[in-house]
Design a protein around this ligand. Structure first.
Ligand SMILES: [Zn+2]
Length: 392
């Protein structure tokens, strides 16, 4: 197979042809020519247009072949467009916008960026980190512009904080396909209203379930805009609230008891917050010692562990009976953060029980978090809930 054929296989070339392929000091350079059988198309509207003049040569990076860099070389034409008026650069089907790399390379970079760090991808493809970043942004934008919304029945709403908790972004995911549907700045009522405005009434009608944090602004908007959908509070967010409460008890106790206690408590934070089966042998031993001391943190820990049972019920009737018991323990624990958490559950109790009707959760939301390593393994939680993977 000729290199020419490989290029035709991987690049959208309608209206163009490969004139020559040469090996130079830079790698393989394939020169493209316009195919005279086709009329040039306007780069702005895609309509047929009239040739005006030819611009200087441009180089486009393509997917490397067996480690050899590949470039497409082409001198774009300018055309006069009668549809949108004016003079524009012609449409180049292998590239989007004014990019220096082909769509095929963009897809390759974005695909690898799901499993490798961006530095590793940049190294593998001999390009800069910022090229990988641009490719990922483009791929996300392309995915957002080409999604089919008619199949969306269950959505997950998740907020991500950027810049250490000062700037929030609200992301909405399709829980079945685990795709990002929409993203908006902020985490207010208005933010989520923006999603429903965009999503439209027709698609909202088809929504069966909406999963989100116990965050009043979100809950209010979901109930007002999608009254037929079941509102489910995301299990992972609830566990996060509970873990925060336990950590608050630990901090308060250190503050109350002073220096000696502080020394006793050093490096115990993860012992209290981790799942017991994830503890190392050393940590487990330490937990055993600490449990003898009748500390507040230990009471909080036991409450946290007991709460797990709540999720294990298959019928809401038993779950509520258990929740009532747990609520009594927590509110009589003389631990303010645990009481606050218990009361938060009570305020949202009706919706909280929807989980047992429809066990959906946001799981671990897909890594579209821009700056970090991007992982994308869809994970089911231990109760088989549908989920999407989350980047943290
Ligand atoms: Zn046009």
């Amino acid at each position: 197979m000729l290199v020419e054929s490989l290029i035709k296989e991987t690049v959208e070339l309608q209206g163009f042809r490969v004139a020559t392929v040469e090996q130079t000091g830079k790698g393989l350079e394939a020169e493209l020519m316009s195919d005279e059988r086709y009329v040039p198309r306007c780069g702005r509207c895609g309509g047929r247009a009239l040739y005006r003049d030819t611009r200087s040569t441009r180089r486009f990076r393509h997917v490397p072949l067996w480690g050899i860099d590949v470039y497409l070389i082409y001198a774009p034409r300018r055309v006069v467009c009668k549809h949108c008026g004016g003079v524009h650069v012609e449409l180049l089907p292998w590239v989007s916008g004014k990019r220096q790399f082909t769509r095929a390379l963009m897809v390759a970079l974005a695909t690898w960026a799901r499993v490798l760090t961006w530095e590793q991808v940049a190294g593998l493809f001999h390009c800069s980190w910022s090229t990988v970043a641009t490719a990922v942004d483009e791929a996300v934008a392309y995915g957002l512009a080409h999604r089919d919304l008619s199949e969306v029945s269950h959505i997950g709403i998740d907020e991500i904080s950027r810049k250490r908790g000062h700037v929030y972004v609200t992301n909405v995911y399709d829980l079945n396909s685990r795709r990002l549907l929409w993203s908006g700045e902020g985490r207010t009522k208005e933010t989520l209203e923006g999603f429903f405005d965009w999503f439209g009434e027709q698609h909202t009608e088809r929504l069966e379930g909406v999963c989100c944090d116990m965050w009043q602004p979100y809950a209010d908007v979901v109930k007002a805009r999608a009254p037929k959908a079941v509102l489910v509070f995301d299990k992972f967010h609830i566990v996060q609230h509970l873990t925060k409460a336990v950590d608050q008890v630990r901090r308060d106790e250190i503050r109350e008891k002073g220096q000696t206690h502080k020394e006793l408590m050093t490096k115990t934070r993860y012992i209290w917050l981790k799942n017991p089966w994830n503890l190392t042998d050393k940590q487990r031993g330490r937990l055993g010692e600490l449990e003898q001391l009748n500390l507040k943190i230990n009471r909080a820990y036991l409450l946290k562990e007991a709460f797990r049972e709540f999720w294990s019920y298959s019928c809401p009737g038993w779950a509520i009976r258990y929740l009532d018991k747990w609520f009594w323990w927590a509110t009589h624990s003389r631990l303010q953060p645990m009481r606050d958490f218990a009361w938060m559950l009570r305020r949202h109790q009706k919706d909280l029980l929807n989980y047992f009707k429809m066990p959906i959760s946001n799981g671990i939301v897909e890594g579209l978090n821009n700056k970090a390593k991007v992982k994308s393994c869809p994970i089911q939680d231990e109760h088989g809930a549908r989920g999407v993977s989350r980047a943290r």
